[in-house]
Unconditional design. Sequence first.
Lengths: 365, 126
Amino acid sequence: MQELIIWIQKFVIETTGWGFLKTLPIELWYILFMFVFGGVVLGVVMFFAGVASYAERKVAGHIQSRMGPMRVGPHGLLQFMADGIKLVMKEDLIPAKADRFLFKAAPYVLFAGTLALFAAIPYNQLFGKPLAITNLNIGLLYVLAMSGFVVVSILMAGWASSNKWSLLGGMRSAAQIISYEVPVAVSFLAIIMIAGTMNMFDIVSMQEGGIWNWLIFRYPPFTCFVFLVYYVAAMAEVNRTPFDIPEAESELVAGFHTEYSGMRFAFFFMSEYANMLAVSAIATVLFWGGWHSVLPFSILPEPWVVLEGMGWFAGKTLFSVFLMMWLRWTLPRYRVDQLMKLCWKVLLPIAFANVIAIGIWIALT
Amino acid sequence: MLFDFASVLVFIILGLLFIFFVLLFSWVVSPRNPDKDKASTYECGERPLGPAWMKFNIRFYVIALIFIIFDVEILLLFPWAVVFQKLPKGVALVEVLIFIGLLLVGLAYLWNKGDLEWVKTVDKDK
């Protein structure tokens, strides 16, 4: 990270010829770099949230033998821009009885927590160094901690709205998310046992060299089960159908964001997609070999290999997002008691059995 | 180390600024026609009945308690998992199996007692 910044500093001074830039402190360069790189990540996440809302409707349409959005632009491609413009121009309503401070703060907390997940994910490698906003040595613990923000913000939104649907949706959602965090954490535990590190860059690095080195295929079939537990629990954590009890529209109108309108609603909506992307990216990092190719050789010549890694990472992550959409439009919604049963009585025992089995396997070899 | 977390902080501040400016822009361009009915709580078109901040079921509290127990356990197990392969494996594994076993006994107790059920059946209903 520091080397990268020094390299950029040198590059900028050489190309512009402005020697006085050298007198600027390194911290300023760092903050500038962060704002540019962070801005790119933020832009990609926002753009993804827009495109995903369009893709979701297209996938839904084709699964149900409909066309989906067709009117705005070719094949409705500009639909998400139209939606964005509409939401920005909407009147922003705050109910008279609401707790105004918490009501306004909830989208900030949710969005900040969701974005913070993207800070730790290594997207690619550049000359053996991670291409990430930061390379934390406690990456997985950090991811678990940041996903806790979602619970806080949903409780804030649900309580502050002063609406019965919102309160019920918020409480249910909090119960669901904290319950499903336990299987996610236990499946992380299995991964840490195999990898011997919590650093996400190191976890991807150890999966190099062909598809059989991916963590999902180590210690068969246990890591496959670990992946399944993680994927199901993660889907519940981001409130996707079949686990969208918190906003089950036939029961709770729109759950915790019933009272939100305009841009504030849009932030709740977008962070659902952003969360989906984060969860998929983590699945890619932990189980599907990150930026490593499916093929044993690289397609592109040497300097472009970086781009290829980026492509593999994006491809795997987007496939996982597509899988989540596919599941959403295929499966019916769980009932709230079935949801809790699945978490505590099915996923948690399986997750612990995996940890024990992998532990015994490692101890014997 | 602290440098790494500074990046996270800068990134979060960036996100917060983004929300703030988008909401500011929306505030500038959106219409404002306040109305008593518009600002009332949504209750499927009816006038809202009573306060929304009501008592809720105790089972949410029980779930939160179970969650905290497991989360603390996981916090203890993560550092163990990092160094697991460097320790004498057999001993390390057996010690942790005893620890996990104690917790699983707790889970079995809750399961048997019916606290994992959303709709809890009391003995006389069975």
